[in-house]
Write a protein that binds this ligand. Structure first.
Ligand code: NAD
Length: 434
């Protein structure tokens, strides 16, 4: 089929590339002209494993193109995917500004009957609003259908997830639209779940809110383990053996970040508020997460008394490994808190440094390797478990740091081994050793 994808961020670009890989003709549109130029040359503007190779292959096959021009993209399009951002507004609700602009533009430019598919995460009711906006500008004799097709990929493994995801959700109020979008997706070979539009919109928010709840729940248990002498890893291993609980997504850490969980939990809380059905549990999940982001700094203050004049190596800045995305990364809060305490901060990230420079405080210095960061520092904090950070040996920390004290926000090492190697090792939900 001929498909237009509007927005080439983590979701739009991966979707466009994947749809071309399974045989469709895809034109991706973005307003960022620099991005479009790069993409036309087969260069991905984001770091996502495997993406660039697939991009190049499908450009060569003539199935994938990029443009900033709506006329060009919609000349032949039978289906238009919306994959622009829905960031958080100051009041916590989802900002639909980009969706509105795109919906109106689609209405002005489609020249044949078209199915508009919303991939972006949007509050329940938004697809109806999208329909109204598109229909406002339509040419005579052109009809549209609207489908909710929320995205579940994870940054860092977005390509893999698109081809190996758990399900594809299609929310439609017309059988024809639901069947067409199902047909487009059949070659992925994944379970397809069809429902109405409102339920599809809610599935996305409910899924992210549930995962965020899991994280905050485990983090609360880990803080209790800290106080009561239990070991969070043994606890979650034992919990996870119960099939009703499951053993995935039970890692304690320094809270969730990224471009989805924080804004989506917040949007759902606001949506619930507007519906007169306050979501108390989710509010607590968000508060726990805010506290958890500060945990390592609290531990460091407890250990050192004052952090004034100390230099701290922050290892890993992206919100999780294998991505260059810095949106809502815990490193932002941690760097700010450390600087407020009078500490100097030197950060290291294998991929996200350029993006980090845009959002971390100006006072943060940057190193090109864990070694350089640690050799400048009094002590270190592990914030993101990138492979090259996990590959640093305990002996190296001992040799590099002025004081062999490690605060590990991702539980990368065995506490007993750390103590044996002469490191004072503070981790999450496990006893401090050394
Ligand atoms: P992003 O910010 O990375 O990308 C958005 C892109 O849209 C940018 O390239 C921007 O230039 C472009 N854009 C903005 N206005 C435009 C316009 N009028 N016309 C054409 N292009 C325009 O966003 P993202 O992370 O890909 O997220 C997109 C949506 O998908 C959001 O609703 C998000 O919640 C949801 N989502 C994201 C993820 C994720 O892991 N990032 C996962 C699932 C769902």
């Amino acid at each position: 089929m001929n498909i237009a994808v509007v927005g080439t961020g983590y979701v739009g670009l991966v979707t466009g590339v994947a749809l071309s890989e399974i045989g469709h003709h895809v034109t991706c549109i973005d307003i960022d002209i620099e991005k479009v130029k790069r993409m036309k040359q087969g260069k991905s503007p984001i770091y996502e494993p495997g993406l660039e190779d697939l991009m190049k292959a499908n450009i060569e096959r003539g199935r994938l193109d990029f443009t900033k021009c709506y006329e060009e993209a919609f000349a032949e399009a039978e289906v238009a995917y919306i994959a622009v951002g829905t960031p958080e507004k100051a009041d916590g609700t989802a900002d639909l500004r980009f969706i509105e602009v795109v919906a109106e533009s689609i209405g002005r430019h489609v020249q044949r009957d078209t199915i508009v598919v919303t991939k972006s995460t949007v509050p329940v009711g938004t697809n109806d609003y999208v329909r109204q906006l598109v229909e406002k500008n339509l040419f005579e004799n052109v009809n549209i259908d609207v489908v909710s097709n929320p995205e579940f990929l994870r940054e860092g493994s977005a390509v893999h997830d698109t081809f190996h995801g758990d399900r594809i959700v299609i929310g439609a109020n017309s059988q024809h639209a639901a069947d067409t979008i199902e047909q487009i997706n059949v070659p992925f070979g994944l379970p397809i779940y069809k429902t109405d539009i409102q339920s599809a919109e809610m599935i996305k928010y409910a899924s992210n809110a549930f995962l965020a709840t899991k994280i905050s729940f485990v983090n609360e248990i880990s803080n209790l383990c800290d106080k009561l002498g239990a070991n969070i890893e043994d606890v979650t291993a034992g919990m996870g053996m119960d099939a009703r609980i499951g053993n995935k997504f039970l890692n304690a850490g320094i809270g969730y970040g990224g471009s989805c969980f924080p804004k989506d939990t917040s949007a759902l809380v606001q949506l619930a508020e507007q519906a007169g059905q306050p979501f108390e549990l989710l509010r607590a999940v968000m508060n726990v997460n805010e506290k958890q982001k500060r945990l390592l700094v609290e531990k460091a203050k407890e250990r050192f008394g004052s952090l004034q004049g100390k230099t701290v190596a922050l290892l890993g800045l992206a919100f999780k490994p294998n991505t260059d995305d810095m949106r809502e990364a815990a490193s932002i809060t941690i760097a700010q808190e450390l600087i407020l305490e009078g500490a100097n901060v030197i950060g290291y990230d294998p991929i996200a440094t350029e993006n980090a420079k845009k959002v971390l405080p100006g006072a943060v210095a940057y190193a090109d390797s864990p070694e350089e960061a640690c050799k400048t520092a009094d002590f270190a904090m592990i914030l993101t478990e990138w492979d090259d950070i996990q590959a640093v040996s305990l002996e190296e920390y001992k040799a590099w740091l002025k004081e062999p004290v490690l605060f590990d926000g991702r539980n990368c090492y065995n506490p007993a081994e750390a103590a044996e190697k002469g490191i004072q090792y503070h981790s999450i939900g496990r006893q401090t050793t050394g």
